[in-house]
Write a protein that binds this ligand. Structure first.
Ligand code: ADP
Ligand code: MG
Length: 633
């Protein structure tokens, strides 16, 4: 993401003009909100003084009354008694189908597919991962608004570097549901680098090793003269502290109750085991835990389980997981054509980097002691807050130019199910890349485009992002048409694709809406039981968008009438003018809840001018082809 500095150095806004913006680390396990106050980034605590909000939401039976949900600590506390309705680690489900979620059967709640996305069955009905995340985000939003006693202007929200389009879009949808304006999504390791880079600006190449609850990210960054460049990113979107908990729980079961280890287990038992494993794992990170070990003790429905665990037991049963993180580090160094000796510093991020075994393994791998002078839980939120502050124009700091990269290659399907890569992975974004294609049949007038993401050569092995068609290509000999396909990736890592036939100028384009495809109507429906301000924002946005579309059509049509109005009979022209008049009138209505009326009038006008557009196109093609044989084009 090219994060250009917005305000000039020394020109910060007056306090009363400041916009309230925050950084939000929407974590798998914990979420935090931070803001820059008096020039310093700090995490905002809740009323009890806690900064970490467990990313947990419990839904209760609507028949019982009440708010119907608990968020954070309360939800987590209820997890044992109600695991099936207490949603944790929902980040793993964001923008995913059920089959794409690793170890989905180990989750204590029920996940099913609905319209191509994983959703959760709860006592209060099906909940999408975006709705669940929105509860967490809204809680943080209210926390921020309470602490500033003002409305939130917007937020920078962090996502794992490995998140693809669908996952990023799902995160934005969640923010929208929570009534939060997303200033930008930035990668978590990048945010950590901002937090460190500004406080400890020393030039060189750094690795950011982020092992959280559910994800592992490794990024290689170069810092030169206050400018960060992300050289490469990699990791594993389904590997984190939860897996360490699992490994420990399985190990203890195998040692202490081998018969239970193989048997199926009740969800409540599994939740208890998992949380005891987590408690022990965390306790083993402390000096006492290191020295003396801990007792793993949990009452299951089949009996009490108790077993002493030493630090080296934990190290052994999780060794494979730590090694998996290092394999990802090796791969990313290869991508960036770097060796460990060229890495000047290693930044540790994420609660799981508190584990001494992890620190030791990372230290040994890089041949240096990793940096962790900032709190590994908070560093991402702090960096996001600094970024939000700069984007809102509140900052008066030095230059902050940040280049980010896309994590997976983007391309299109070509003949024979092969992938033609258009934007290679690790390209810096925002970016636009184009490539020319042609037709393969004589007289071919349409071309189907299939946008895919991934590193493999066969379409079947990549992730399908979108399909669309380019129609209206003038008939030509095979190979004569020149179709330019342009991929544009914006600063949030979101993709749009355009295809244009260069001779006739026909074009088609698509914003890559991820496969799970929440429609705007669905979002609007969810908003009904959600947050009132977000609902107003939605309506206002729909109205603005409708007006923009209407304007665009009117402008285009006026110039078309001027150029080619002679193609129309007087009656046809009159009909078109009546439709234009109706649209213009609908634009005069100042009521922002009446977007639908504008949309209807726009559509009527578009439909009413279709024949005219076709005639114009024919004329254009005839002019383009005049005097030339098809083969020469
Ligand atoms: P995320 O970004 O995925 O929400 P966090 O950075 O908050 O994750 O890290 C949460 C993970 O860190 C959990 O798996 C938790 O068990 C682990 N963790 C926190 N403190 C410790 C500790 N002292 N020792 C080991 N693991 C820890
Ligand atoms: Mg994290």
């Amino acid at each position: 993401m090219a994060l250009l500095q917005i305000s000039e150095p020394g020109q910060s806004l007056d306090p009363h003009q400041r916009r309230i913006v925050v950084g939000i680390d929407l974590g798998t396990t914990h979420s935090l909100v931070a803001a820059v106050r008096h020039g310093v980034a700090e995490c905002l605590p809740d009323l009890q003084g806690r900064v970490l909000l467990p990313s947990a939401v419990r839904y209760t039976d609507p028949a019982l009354g009440g708010s119907g949900r608990q968020v954070g600590h309360d939800a987590l506390a209820a997890q044992h008694e109600d695991p099936g309705n207490t949603i944790t680690s929902v980040k793993r489900l964001m923008g995913r189908t059920r089959a794409q979620v690793a170890d989905v059967d180990r989750l204590p709640y029920r996940v099913v597919d609905e319209q191509g996305m994983a959703v959760i069955e709860t006592v209060a009905g099906r909940k999408t991962p975006m709705e669940v995340s929105a509860e967490v985000l809204a809680t943080l939003r209210f926390r921020a608004e309470d602490s500033f006693d003002d409305e939130l202007f917007g937020a920078v929200i962090t996502v794992p570097a490995y998140f693809d389009d669908a996952q990023r879009q799902a995160t934005k949808d969640a923010a929208q549901l929570a009534g939060i304006e997303v200033l930008r999504l930035i990668n978590e390791p990048t945010a950590a680098a901002i937090a460190y880079g500004l406080d400890h600006a020393a030039e060189g190449v750094y690795a950011v090793y982020d092992l959280g609850g559910g994800t592992f990210d490794i990024s290689i960054l170069r810092l030169t003269q206050g400018v960060f460049e992300v050289l490469a990113t990699g990791g594993d979107s389904a590997l984190g502290g939860d897996d360490y908990d699992n490994a420990l729980a399985q190990w203890v079961l195998a040692q202490a109750a081998p018969a239970q280890a193989a048997a199926p287990m009740a969800a409540a038992d599994r939740a208890r085991l998992q949380s005891e494993a987590r408690r022990c794992k965390e306790a083993l990170s402390s000096p006492e835990g290191q020295a003396e070990g801990v007792v793993f003790g949990v009452a299951l429905s089949v009996g009490v389980l108790s077993h002493r665990v030493s630090a080296s037991d934990l190290a052994q049963c999780t060794e494979a997981l730590t090694q998996r993180t290092l394999s990802a580090v090796r791969k990313v160094l290869r991508d960036a054509r770097l060796t460990t000796s060229e890495i000047q510093g290693v930044v540790m991020v994420g609660g799981s980097t508190r584990m001494p075994v992890v620190q030791a393994a990372v230290g040994a791998f890089f041949g240096q002691t990793p940096l962790n002078d900032l709190n590994p839980d908070e560093v991402v939120a702090l960096g996001a807050a600094i970024q939000a502050n700069a984007l809102a124009g509140n900052g008066n700091g030095g230059d902050l130019l940040l280049l980010d990269v896309i994590p997976l290659s983007l391309g299109i399907e070509t003949m024979g199910g092969l992938v033609e890569r258009i934007v290679p992975r690790n390209s810096t974004i925002p970016t636009a890349r184009a490539q020319d294609f042609t037709t393969y049949q004589d007289g071919q007038t349409a071309l189907a485009l299939h946008v895919v993401q991934g590193e493999r050569d066969l379409v079947a092995d990549c992730r399908s992002l979108a399909r669309f068609e380019l129609r209206g290509i003038p008939p030509m000999a095979a190979g004569a048409a020149r179709i330019r396909v342009t991929f544009t990736v914006d600063a949030d890592g979101l993709l749009s694709v355009a295809a244009r036939e260069m001779v006739s100028g026909v074009e088609a384009n698509i914003d890559v809406k991820p496969a799970y495809g929440l429609s705007d109507e669905q979002i609007a429906a969810m908003l009904q039981d959600g947050f009132a301000t977000a609902q107003q924002d939605m309506a206002a946005r729909a109205w603005v968008e409708a007006r923009v579309d209407a304007d665009r059509l009117l402008v285009a049509l006026r110039s078309a009438l001027q150029a080619d109005g002679d193609l129309l009979e007087p009656a046809q022209r009159q009909a078109i003018e009546a439709l234009m008049q109706r649209l213009t009138e609908s634009l005069q209505d100042p009521d922002p809840s009446r977007a639908a009326a504008i949309e209807a009038a726009t559509k009527a006008l578009a439909d009413g001018t279709e024949a005219f557009a076709a005639e114009r196109m024919n004329r254009g093609i005839q002019q383009a082809l005049a005097g030339r044989r098809v083969q020469d084009v």
